[in-house]
Write a protein that binds this ligand. Sequence first.
Ligand SMILES: Nc1ncnc2c1ncn2[C@@H]1O[C@H](COP(=O)(O)OP(=O)(O)OP(=O)(O)O)[C@@H](O)[C@H]1O
Length: 235
Amino acid sequence: MTKEVLRLDGLRCGYGQATVIREVSLSIHSGEIISILGKNGMGKSTLLMCIMGFLPRQSGHVFYNGTLLEAGNAHLQAEQGMAYAQQEKAVFQDLSVEDNLRIAVANKKQFSDGLARIAEYFPFIPKRLNQKAGTLSGGEQKMLILGRALMMRPKLLLLDEISEGLQPSVIERISLVLQTERKASSVAMLIVEQNVSFALKTADRYVLLERGELGASGGTQDSGAKEKILTELGV
Ligand SMILES: Nc1ncnc2c1ncn2[C@@H]1O[C@H](COP(=O)(O)OP(=O)(O)OP(=O)(O)O)[C@@H](O)[C@H]1O
């Protein structure tokens, strides 16, 4: 039996009085990859921010490894193995690649071990340590964001549209990295996506998010899954 890493129970969350996430209940086990799919504005990023505790919960609960999480403790959650690669402003543009990576680790040993690990996935990273991160290409910045998250050896990885704006070969590489890492470390992943092909290739299960509520769900390898998702999304 795999261990339940994250459980959401009737989670409601939003901005001020406005509710965006409505009664979301979901469970993820170690080694499992779940993709949340939805169109623009459905609440995908809000859901991840709520899990990380950046937004107050209006009701419901978030459990991580069986422990109830309070909002407002993102730093603590990161220390406990939750890595979050946000969609925007995730790279410190004026800092070097090395300094962007150092933020994720506690000491020199973790940095050198982590760098060796992610160098296998993204060989350009150790060669560009002194380059300002803001001068990397968009695709390279995405790989830096993912590399930084993986350096932490997370138990739970939350990825917000990591495939957005990337060319097919980079998307393919990222999908392989995620699957390799899941096998190697049993990390659980919640990947928020608009790219249905990437999500189906990478994840075990998908769940649609429609105006903040969970909708249709299934196995990514179920026959007709892609057609069902595209119909539900109306694309
Ligand atoms: N800081 C904010 N204050 C108020 N409302 C917000 C804020 N951020 C997002 N929203 C609203 O919350 C809703 C969900 O937005 P969210 O960014 O979570 O959607 P999304 O599914 O991630 O969309 P996209 O795929 O375009 O990134 C939208 O209606 C958006 O306008």
